[in-house]
Design a protein around this ligand. Structure first.
Ligand code: MG
Length: 296
């Protein structure tokens, strides 16, 4: 039986679901949860509680949730690189950082052409090994999610930081670029624009030069905004949305939804088999087992 948590729009969605599973609440007590990242070696999930200026840790073995880092500089999105290191987008300090294996912190990016970034929101390591991140203004609009400041750059870009180390603006025409991820084969870059009306999921073909080329609107949100998202190994997108989690096929077809009581900000595949979707739903960390694993 497919439980009431799931709305099947396209029959392909059924194959991604398991019978008789429920959406678990692993933690309740945040303000605006975001930025989940699974850390396989530690068997834990880190996630941001942005207004409380802290990063939380859910331990898979014990189920215990504790404060991992506070203050967190109002950290938002996290990712993991191929070496297993965690990277963070920090609103207050307006930078992208990497946590090295020895505990030291490396600043990956904090400026573009000599001007401070707005407030990096979400990020991913690309197939080229570069760090790609979005830089909307959500962390400098209010004290609640960072600190109120003017934008120095004056635009809301997507950046790529390659081995040479400088941030290069690769997409400059979105309203508020937010979630970001690549297709499993690396040929398509997806970026959620949470500032457009309606909010859109954009798809960019990666050209021979390794940069985003032709852009298409993959899908438009029915209501609310699209925020963070992750892909499964089949290339489907699991997208944070107002009504819960929206699942889109690689061609943009709406496959179905996970309906949740609170607005979702971001998701992450994790667990030893990478078949559990962790969901940051406003105040709650939730999770559901799926019949598909996350993209590597
Ligand atoms: Mg976001």
């Amino acid at each position: 039986m497919i439980t009431e948590w799931f709305e099947v729009v396209d029959d392909r969605f059924r194959a991604l679901l398991l019978p008789n599973v429920h959406v678990d609440t692993l933690f309740d007590g945040g303000r605006w949860l975001e930025g989940p990242v699974w850390v396989p070696a530690a068997k834990h999930l880190l996630f941001s509680d942005i207004p409380n200026n802290r990063v939380m840790r859910w331990d898979a073995a014990s189920g215990h949730v504790s404060v991992f880092q506070q203050p967190s500089h109002f950290a938002n999105g996290h990712t993991r690189d191929r070496q297993g290191r965690v990277l963070a987008c920090e609103h207050q300090t307006r930078r992208v950082t990497r946590f090295e294996h020895d505990g030291s912190v490396t600043v990956v990016a904090d400026s573009y052409r000599g001007k401070r970034l707005n407030s990096p929101n979400d990020l991913v390591e690309g197939p080229d090994g570069a760090i790609w991140f979005t830089d909307p203004t959500y962390g400098i609009l209010t004290e609640y999610e960072g600190g109120r400041c003017d934008s120095e750059i004056g635009s809301h870009n997507v950046y790529r930081v390659g081995p040479e180390g400088a941030a290069e603006a690769v997409i400059t025409d979105l309203v508020q670029p937010n979630g970001i991820a690549f297709s499993p084969d690396g040929s398509v870059l997806y970026v959620a624009d949470s500032g457009s009306t309606p909010s859109r999921m954009m798809a960019y073909e990666i050209g021979a030069d390794g940069l985003p080329g032709k852009a298409t609107v993959l899908h438009e949100a029915l209501r609310g905004i699209y925020d963070g998202f992750r892909l499964d190994r089949l290339g489907n997108l699991w997208v944070a949305a107002e009504e819960g989690v929206v699942c889109l096929a690689p061609d943009g077809t709406l496959l179905g939804r996970i309906l949740l009581p609170e607005v979702v900000g971001n998701v992450e595949f994790g667990g030893p088999e990478r078949n559990r979707l962790f969901i940051c739903a406003t105040r709650r960390l939730m999770a559901v087992y799926l019949n598909v694993t996350g993209a590597q």
